[in-house]
Design a protein around this ligand. Structure first.
Ligand code: SF4
Length: 243
């Protein structure tokens, strides 16, 4: 796996924050940061809709690290006022000209998962390192540049790692992961009601473990499909009329 000099990156930083979700990358990073444990604080955004077994998993880390639990204003408030998070967004539903509103899921994640951490770092105010688990090849992670407060130096030790590198590190060090990793879905579950980005593996796991949340996500996907279909049909009708 690609080497990263964490010693050099953390040199001169008395305070280190780690973006912690209980997902595989954050578990790897917490393990890598064990030697600096006295100066590390885990920052976790509890969206209020995280899988309960993951909430338990994350809170257990407070036995070894300082853990700060943050929360967004209201995930469901965002869905209501800004839109259901989706991969596909008809513009009329994005602007609110047509209801229900639908929003890019990246915007929902930015407001409800990332922003509480950014706000905490800004409130902290003093120079600090912010270690996060973004990887270059993760298709589910927004690639826009995060606007960190000026007091923050962002560090991404896993940027060049592939998913296989992450899993190999976990296997080599015998690190525990939340239950879903052994049950067909190998990612974090920070919002079990989230309809996007959805995969067959995620939905299959949710239907077994959290059927009510799976139905909420499915219903949101049906709404998005219906609205997207309407917008697509309108385009198709224009194209067909041209012939
Ligand atoms: S995981 Fe889904 S519901 Fe949760 S913040 Fe991101 S887009 Fe919103």
């Amino acid at each position: 796996m690609p080497a990263f000099d964490l010693h050099a990156a953390l040199d001169g930083h008395d305070r280190v924050f780690l973006a912690f979700s209980g997902g595989k990358e954050s578990v790897v990073l917490a393990h890598m940061l064990e030697p600096w444990r006295d100066r590390v604080t885990l920052l976790w955004t509890n969206t209020g809709h995280m899988a309960p077994h993951m909430v338990e998993f994350v809170r257990a880390y407070s036995e070894r690290f300082r853990l700060v639990e943050l929360a967004p204003a209201s995930l469901m408030g965002f869905w209501r006022d800004s839109g259901i998070p989706s991969e596909v967004v008809p513009t009329a539903n994005a602007s609110g000209d047509r209801l229900p509103r639908i929003a890019a899921w990246q915007a929902c994640c930015a407001v409800n998962r990332t922003q509480p951490k950014v706000d905490h770092l800004a409130r902290y105010g003093a120079p600090c390192a912010y270690v996060h688990g973004q990887r270059r090849d993760d298709p589910l992670i927004p690639t826009w540049e995060q606007r960190y407060p000026e007091n923050v130096e962002a560090i991404a030790p896993l940027w060049e790692w592939a998913e296989a590198d992450v899993m190999a590190y976990i296997a080599r060090h015998g690190l525990a992961l939340p239950a879903q990793y052994g049950e067909g879905y190998r990612d974090s579950l920070e919002c079990i009601v989230c309809p996007a980005p959805m995969t067959a593996q995620r939905m299959a796991y949710l239907r077994r473990a959290y059927p009510e949340a799976a139905e909420t996500a499915a219903q949101a996907m049906r709404v998005v499909l219906q609205e997207t279909e309407r917008a697509a049909i309108a385009i198709a009708e224009v194209i067909c009329a041209e012939k």
